[in-house]
Design a protein around this ligand. Structure first.
Ligand code: OMP
Length: 274
């Protein structure tokens, strides 16, 4: 899926919501746990209940890797189901990878070829040759960590390096990478005011914004500083949507939470005339 198609879907559906599939066996409803593939059964129900309210899904691979081959199989089934049933949704493998070039190339193959994700999250710490192998794939995107939502982001990401904060240098430097048009960036919703500086360096790139919902970030603040004239945002919520209920009504409860965010997004798009 291309960025142009993603933007068209955002406009058509009036939503830039990404739903995080951080599917945790300890949190899913008890009645699903005895089924043959509980992680996939949960994901399928959430996806079927919310697909018209969002434009993207982001499984975080940690939640699947934690269960070994059973978890990885559920991840494969989830991406295959999305590709088959909802091919107009943008898919993000939240894997936060990045290694020497030779190894990054294998990670890229895992997520873009063996599985058919549209994008993968990548840590920029190892620099150009750790990121560029991911950028070689046509119509596939790399979402680079710029300023993350957690408290520890202040340990390194904002340090002067030396002229400006490291996360701003990450943005500036990576614009020079081969196929930089396939780069998107992560900025945490908990750091919404920083988006002003981010947008000065990357006015046109898509930003993935996690941290509304369970982490307390504000959608209004994110939009105030982060929207561009093509929208340019994917705002993710995981726990705040998928664990709205731990009972049999979990999928309907997730739909209600997703609908609340979609309505707010639709109103923001209308007011800002984007
Ligand atoms: O790359 C990410 O998606 C990510 C970056 C970041 O800075 N903060 C962050 O929370 N995330 C991920 O976004 C999701 C947030 O989940 P909730 O806090 O439950 O909405 C988790 O999968 C996190 O790993």
């Amino acid at each position: 899926m291309t960025v142009a198609q993603l933007t068209a879907e955002i406009r058509r559906k009036q939503t830039f919501l990404c739903i995080g599939l951080d599917t945790d066996l300890d949190k899913i409803p008890a009645f699903l746990k005895n089924t043959e593939d509980p992680l996939f059964a949960f994901n399928k129900a959430i996806i079927d209940a919310t697909h018209d309210l969002c434009v993207a899904y982001k499984p975080n691979t940690a939640f699947y890797e934690a269960y070994g081959s059973m978890g990885w199989m559920a991840l494969e089934r989830t991406i295959a189901y999305l590709e088959e049933s909802y091919p107009n949704h943008f898919t993000i493998a939240d894997a936060k990878r990045g290694d020497i070039g030779n190894t990054s190339g294998r990670y890229a193959r895992a997520f873009f070829e063996t599985m058919s994700f549209d994008s993968v999250t990548v840590a920029p710490y190892m620099g150009r040759d750790s990121v560029e192998p991911f950028l070689e794939f046509e119509d596939k995107y790399v979402i680079l960590l710029a300023l993350t939502s957690n408290e520890g982001a202040f340990d390194f990401q904002v340090l002067p390096a030396p002229q400006e904060a490291l996360y701003l240098q990450v943005l500036r430097k990576t614009r020079e990478y081969a196929n930089a048009d396939r780069l998107m960036y992560v900025v945490g919703a908990t750091k919404a005011t920083f988006l002003k500086d981010v947008r000065e360096i990357v006015p046109n790139q898509f930003l993935l914004i996690p941290g509304v919902g369970a982490q307390g970030g504000s959608l209004e603040e994110v939009c105030k500083y982060g929207l561009n004239n093509q929208v340019g945002l994917l705002v993710n919520s995981s726990r705040g949507i998928i664990y709205a209920s731990g009972e049999e009504d979990f999928a309907e409860a997730a739909r209600i939470k997703a609908a609340q965010l979609q309505e707010q997004m639709s109103a923001i798009l209308l007011n800002s005339k984007i």
